[in-house]
Design a protein around this ligand. Structure first.
Ligand code: DX5
Ligand code: ZN
Length: 228
């Protein structure tokens, strides 16, 4: 599970977020972006506490896991939930290849990262726009990826926070050879600048699934990001 994600994330990639997909035809929407070249599918978990909305859980992640894996892809779980350590096992069982939780959501980041790796998944730590990059400085070597939110978490379709490329530049020396993932407001206009700052995994929800042609939109963002 973690090997698959690590291999895929070794090169710059756009990860479509199913948050903006049509859930009445979720499988077909995932197939469409994978046919266009997407290999990392981003799954947003919200609990109504850490962020106001409630979205989906392991049942939905598990429902698309075989389809994604059979096409050579990976499931990238982004947990925006309180006490994430209680849920990681369920997501690993559902087929997650990477599991990311928020630094603001638990006092047990070190233990939770280790537990995610023990479950065979890549381990990620996310930080909100208001959280300083130093929040991850003690976790170097324990996290396979750091997710830098480029909007406030909770909703798709928000505007990219302009200071995000500067923040990613400040984050870069703290993550060593870890992956920097960015999430929120990524489109053809914002992808290039954040890529130049050091991000290599670009989550895009509304810019992909909100477009008339999600496959073409995926490819345009990948080109803008210098991704495959
Ligand atoms: C927001 C989620 C994102 C969301 C991004 O809290 O974590 O993954 O899908 O949506 P866009 O790309 O529309 O900003
Ligand atoms: Zn996300």
């Amino acid at each position: 599970m973690s090997d698959r994600f690590r291999e895929l994330a070794a090169a710059p990639r756009v990860a479509p977020s199913i948050l903006s997909a049509d859930f009445a035809k979720l499988g077909a929407q995932v197939e469409e972006v994978m046919a266009a070249g997407a290999r990392v599918i981003h799954v947003d978990i919200m609990d109504g506490h850490f962020v106001p909305p409630i979205t989906i859980g392991p049942l939905v992640a598990g429902a698309i896991a075989d389809l994604v894996h059979d096409a050579g892809g990976a499931i990238d779980v982004h947990m925006m939930i309180e006490a994430p350590e209680r849920q990681i096992e369920e997501f690993a069982k559902a087929g997650a290849d990477s599991i990311t939780f928020h630094a603001e959501a638990t006092p047990h980041a070190n233990r939770t990262l280790a537990a995610i790796r023990e479950l065979g998944c890549c381990a990620g730590i996310a930080i909100n726009p208001g959280t300083p990059v130093e929040a991850v400085s003690e976790l170097r070597g324990l996290a396979d990826l750091v997710l830098c939110m480029t909007v406030n978490p909770g909703w798709g379709g928000q505007s990219f926070i302009a200071g995000s490329p500067d923040k990613v530049e400040r984050l870069k020396p703290l993550v060593g050879d870890g992956i920097i993932e960015v999430d929120g407001g990524i489109d053809t206009a914002t992808a290039g600048g954040i890529a130049a700052a050091g991000a290599s995994l670009f989550v895009a929800g509304s810019a992909v699934f909100g477009a008339d042609d999600p496959a073409a939109a995926y490819q345009a963002i990948a080109t803008a990001a210098g991704a495959s």
